[in-house]
Design a protein around this ligand. Sequence first.
Ligand SMILES: [Zn+2]
Length: 389
Amino acid sequence: MKTAINDVKIFDGTKTLEGRWSVLFDEMGILEVGEGHYTAELVIDGKGRTLTPGLIDGHVHMGASLSMSPNRDEGDKIKCGAIIADQARTAWRYGITTLCNCGTASDADIYVSELIREGIIEGPTIIACGRVLSITGGHGWSMSVACDSEFETLKAAREQIRLNADFVKLMATGGMGTKNSIPNVPQLTEGQMRAASEAANEVGKFTRAHATGLEGAKRAIRAGVRIIDHVQMDEETAEMMEEAGAYYCPTIVTRYNILHTEDPRYQYMRQKADPGDLDRKKKALMLCREHGIPVIAGTDAGPSDMVLIGPSLWTELKIYQEFGLSSEEALRAATYDAARALRIDDVTGSIAAGKRADLALFEGDPTEDVERVDTLAMTFQGGVLQYKV
Ligand SMILES: [Zn+2]
């Protein structure tokens, strides 16, 4: 069905276009972007509204609450898949049309992603890795394939790729969410991460690394990892990332919520968290701007109800703005740059003829103040209206 949005302000993924524009699209993609008015089966008046590409949460863990259960069986796998499909669809209420799932037990995200791509069920695009690769007992061990040598890491990376993972997730350091794990201590070796990265690159896929500490992050960058998650960056790490062409996914909302939670279930995390981390994240964003390192918006939402999939992305973007990015830079991190990092920019993450019509329409203007993402009016996934306030 053809849909037109006429007379609307457009943020195309990298910049706000001058003046008012109209967009014509259907299930096949964006047909035209022009200055006239289009006629279509559904015509939406865009006056006073703002249109952006559908938002991307570049780091979530759908299905991960279940994955923490030690007794997993086939029934759990099906349950996990149903939870993932449900969580993904909830994201439409927040203008999100793509989610990158960065680790869940049972590989259920890979299967749900395929069901959506094949049109068997409806949902946002899921970029999935299934289980993560970590050392025995390392961060995220309950959702990992244990790898203690370069050979085991190579083998595990190939196994995940055989299952049709879009990328391979590596645990370069300890982390907050795993009890008894020390956050900044290096875990997978540089050689292990290089083995996995080479296996992924050979078949056009990529690796990304959980790295809170600097040493783990440096190992990952040297090993050819494409996306570095979480790290409290310093000048040297930033230089290395710039030279390597790596992307940075800050996931600040999770750390923010850990530092502020009174919930007794999460006090073990709060005790591990350093209040100075928020300042270091702020500094990391400024280092990225200085060095031209693309930031991709990501929340780390999903493993607990402390950071929910959907609203957490809005909070993450508000924090970027509060920490010194412009509203347009924040939006770019959740659209064009996230799509580039995930290698889906030929399809989504921008508004142009030929791209898939993944779109978010806002009553207010998030290009002036990113907090106005809370004025979301409609979400289109592949040209289909999937959410309307
Ligand atoms: Zn994560």
